[in-house]
Design a protein around this ligand. Sequence first.
Ligand code: ADP
Ligand code: MG
Length: 399
Amino acid sequence: MNVHEYQAKELLKEHGIAVPDGHAALSVEEAVEAARKLPGPLYVVKAQIHAGGRGKGKFKELGEDAKGGVRLAKSVEEVEENAREMLGNTLVTIQTGDEGKQVNRLYVTDGVDIAKEYYFSLLVDRASGQVAMVVSTEGGMDIEAVAHDTPEKIHTITIDPAQGFMPHHGRAVAFGLGLSGDLNKQAQKLARQLYNAFMATDSEMLEINPLVETDDGKLLVLDAKMGFDGNALFRHPDIEEMRDETEEDPAEVEASEYDLAYIKLDGNIGCMVNGAGLAMATMDIIKLNGAFPANFLDVGGGATTEKVTAAFKIILKDPAVEGILVNIFGGIMRCDTIAEGIVVAAKEVELDVPLVVRLEGTNVEKGKEILANSGLPIVPADDLGDAARKIVAEVKQAA
Ligand code: ADP
Ligand code: MG
C-alpha cells in the first residue's frame, strides 16, 4: 500500500526526521488556510497523487505552457490561483501513464532555498535478503535515467536486518553523497533515522528524491514516497487509515473486500485459481501456449460460491478479457461444491466469453458431472496443459 507525500512526511516527522512545514488541502479554501498558517514568503503547492515526476508533469486540461504539479508561489494569493488551477484537473507524469491522475488533494508547504539536491532510498532487496540503501549525488531527477547513463554515481549499501544499522553504514551513506564536515554528520544521523522509520513502519520502499542541502547548510527531506508491506498493515492501523482508495485500481480494491488476491495484467485470458503457486503455474502455462494472462487471481483455500461469483465479476469487468480459465484443486474444498459455485456464478454474471474449467481433487467426477449437466457452454479440461491449450484455442476461434 502506498501513501501520499504529505502522509509519508507525517510519519517521518513522528520518527524525529525534519521536514518542511506544510498542510494538506482538499479545496481552494483549505489551500489558502494552509498557506496562512505558514510563515511565507515562499510557498510550494504540490499535487498529491500516488505517482512521481509531478514537477515535470503536464495538466491535460491546461495548455502546454501551463506549469506542472509542483508550483512555487510567492504570496497567499498565488497559492490560491495555483490551487484553483490544479484541483480537479488531470496530471500526466512519466509514472501515471497517458491517462494521468486526477488531482483531488494538494499539499501546501514551505518553500526552501535549495543549494543542492541528492537522492536517498531504502528498499527490501530480495536478492540479498537485506535492506538496501541507495544514494546518489544526482538528486531531483529520474533515478532510472541516472542508473542507466551514469551507474557509477549510484551507491548501494546493504544492511543485514538481524544486525541492524551500524555506524559504518552511516559513514558509507555520507561518503556516497560526497559530504564532509557538518553535512557529513547530518547525513549519518539522518540515514539512521530513515532506516529506523523504514523498519518501524514495515515499509517496502522509502524514497527521498530530492533530499536537499539548504542554503544555510541543513539536510532536509523535500519529497517522500513510502510503500508498505500489505501483510504487515494489521500492525499499523494508523497507516492503514491513510489508504486512499481513489488512487488504487478499483478492481483490486473490490477484490480485497472479498479477500481475493487480484492483480491486473495486460493479457486477454482471465484466470481464476486457488492457491498462489497454482496461479503462477497457470499463468506460466498460458504463456507457454502463446497467450497472455489478463490477471493473477487467487481465490484462496475456501473457494465459496460467493467468492467465485465475486471473482467472475471482477474478471469480466476488465474489457480486455476474451476468455476465462478456471483452474481449481479441490483439496479441503470438494470439487462438487466448487462446480456448483461455478455454475451459480456463471449464470449470475451472464458469461459471454468462453470458459474452460479444470478441476482436480476430491469428488472430481461428481464435479465434472455438475458442470456437464449445467446447460452452460463450459469446456472441461483434464489437466493443466489441456486447459491452457483449450482456452487459447477457444479465444483464437472466437476472435
Ligand atoms: P516530483 O518528484 O513528483 O516531481 P518533488 O517533490 O520532488 O516532486 O518536487 C519536484 C522539484 O520541485 C524538486 O526537485 C525541487 O527542486 C522542487 N521542490 C519541491 N518541493 C519544494 C520546496 N518545498 N521548496 C522548494 N522547492 C521544492
Ligand atoms: Mg521527487
